[in-house]
Design a protein around this ligand. Sequence first.
Ligand SMILES: Cc1cc2nc3c(=O)[nH]c(=O)nc-3n(C[C@H](O)[C@H](O)[C@H](O)COP(=O)(O)OP(=O)(O)OC[C@H]3O[C@@H](n4cnc5c(N)ncnc54)[C@H](O)[C@@H]3O)c2cc1C
Length: 496
Amino acid sequence: MWKKIIIAGGGTAGWMTAALLAKSLGRAGFEITLVESPNIPTVGVGEATVPSFMHFNRLLGIDERHLIKQTKATYKLGIQFVDWEKIGNDYIHGFGALGDQAAGLPFYHYWFRWLKSNPTAKLEDMSLCAVSGRKRRFVHPDPKVNPILGGMGYALHIDAGLYAEFLKQYSTERGIKHIQADITGVNLNQKTGFISSLNLADSSVLEGDFFIDCTGFKSMLLGQALRVPFVSWKQWLKTDSAQVLPTALTQDNFVPYTRAKAHHAGWQWRIPLQHRVGNGLVYSSEHMTDQEAEALLLEQIDSEPLMAPRKLHFEAGMRERFWEKNCVAVGLSSGFLEPLESTSIHIIQTTISRLVTLFPNADTNEVMAKRFNAQATFEMERIRDFIILHYALNHRDDPFWRSLSEMRLPDSLEEKITLFKKTGYIHYEDGDLFADTNWLSVLFGQGVRPENSMYMVNTMSDEQLDKYISSIRHQIVSLTDNFPFHIDYLTRLLKS
Ligand SMILES: Cc1cc2nc3c(=O)[nH]c(=O)nc-3n(C[C@H](O)[C@H](O)[C@H](O)COP(=O)(O)OP(=O)(O)OC[C@H]3O[C@@H](n4cnc5c(N)ncnc54)[C@H](O)[C@@H]3O)c2cc1C
């Protein structure tokens, strides 16, 4: 049995890995060590999450209120997209359901039919999260009050540095050994090509049976030592740079959603926390210089900067395999998709959970790796398609946006969009992070409408349909009117 697990790197990926392994494998006789550099900083961003983040922390047994206090978090109900389809257009992609479930057919098919006689209606009015977000209100949904509330989802905006610190304490208290040292080399077994040990700066050698690469973009174990190639998706995801800048919190920017505002060669995020606002401009260096990006970000922020902007460089894509020999990459070392839908922390979670389920020994390593890599590739490509969707379906005139609306899409995405346009049907599968309602929010937000509707929706008369949709709309309005304001809810929660 492989017993000695080494985690290389202590950013969000390293400490999330350590925490889940401590919880799951730590008690099964494994010896787990995390080694991180005291000199090389973490990437220092990653503040918006998706609802699965709540499940991950519950799985670790972490109390939500405690987590919110420790990470200076706020609640998140979705993402507001400003100027993405065209300048002046604005929609919220809310978490959770749209409307309710009627007669076995997704609600939105009824809504499509209703839309024909109500062409100015907005899809987001059918999303509890979007409506609640616009009103700056939040509450923990209780389906006993109204079944519609069962369809509500939420996530958090967190201070990623504090989250890593919090998990460091969690993991070391549960038996994870912590070493602070620079890794200076990776040693391979001459015969098998497997990693046998890591050289540390103090000349010690750290031996292990299984290695987890959490060294960030440099991918020191999987990319550099094991030479697993990087598959670039730059032809579809053209942004490659970001300027990052925290600003002061104000009453105005304390909203329970992330804002993503499009600019002529990229987009800007705004993420409110309890003690500051995270801001960043993601852009294509081919279409905007670093100086322009910095100036644009400083001009666009809506509160006082707390430091000078910091620049980051990245490339969209993934390693051809996440698992090679006796090494799995987690986090930025395995690949990167820009933060438009806040998916990186989610991918860290699924990668570690998959590893815990498929954890190998010398006999099972090869077959487990094969299965793992197939699942990881499926997941990354599906999320990639969803992110490309936001860019591809635009009607803007700037050269950056035109190059995106005119590009050839991955076949998988092209097929999905065509199917929706023709039929209103949205295909998704088990293991997809983004379900039909997520795709629909963005398809509609970007101006796409289905040409046909499903026969089953004709089981209602026009009058019945009108009554049905109006009743859902009325329930969403009156429920959210009674939610407390997000700021009051959080203030009360922090005092309790
Ligand atoms: C612009 C931008 C915005 C983002 N926004 C979001 C978001 O809103 N939501 C989201 O989910 N994700 C977001 N992400 C992604 C998120 O930041 C990362 O997925 C997350 O922080 C995990 O990073 P990591 O731990 O893999 O790498 P890092 O944070 O880079 O950590 C690497 C670790 O490896 C260590 N290390 C490196 N080399 C050595 C060495 N030689 N020896 C010892 N240790 C070493 C470092 O010291 C560090 O501890 C964003 C990313 C970027 C670039």
